[in-house]
Design a protein. Structure first.
Length: 123
């Protein structure tokens, strides 16, 4: 089976950058399976509702920021890894950065995310 890694990553960032509830719900459903799991050092959630709440919480904590894919997605089989930054739209500063490893379902949506934080604010 062949997967479109770039399309999966693009849908993932569409979800993470959605700010209104309706758009967010649709973007999460398009990017992730119904039972998708997300785990990083700060969170562990499962399913569309919890994923949408996690993303909404990130936007509440960092208003005026957007998630940006950096580098190139690297994948094999049904797994993809990629780097990202959380960037202030006002000045381009990026206080948070990391990389994620996603596992894709047969339909190309994300089944699981393992997130790693490389840079976080100290205060």
């Amino acid at each position: 089976m062949t997967y479109d890694y770039d399309a999966a990553v693009a849908r993932y960032f569409e979800a993470w950058n959605a700010t209104d509830a309706d758009t967010l719900a649709k973007a999460v459903a398009a990017a992730m399976t119904e039972d998708a799991g997300y785990t990083d050092p700060l969170s562990e959630v499962r399913g569309h509702g919890q994923l949408a709440a996690l993303i909404a919480g990130a936007h509440e904590q960092f208003p005026g920021f957007e998630f940006r894919h950096t580098g190139t997605a690297d994948g094999h089989h049904n797994m993809v890894r990629f780097t990202w930054e959380l960037v202030a739209t006002a000045d381009g500063s990026a206080p948070v950065a990391g990389f994620d490893v996603i596992t894709l379902a047969e339909d190309g949506r994300i089944r699981s995310v393992l997130g790693f934080l490389d840079r976080v604010p100290t205060a």
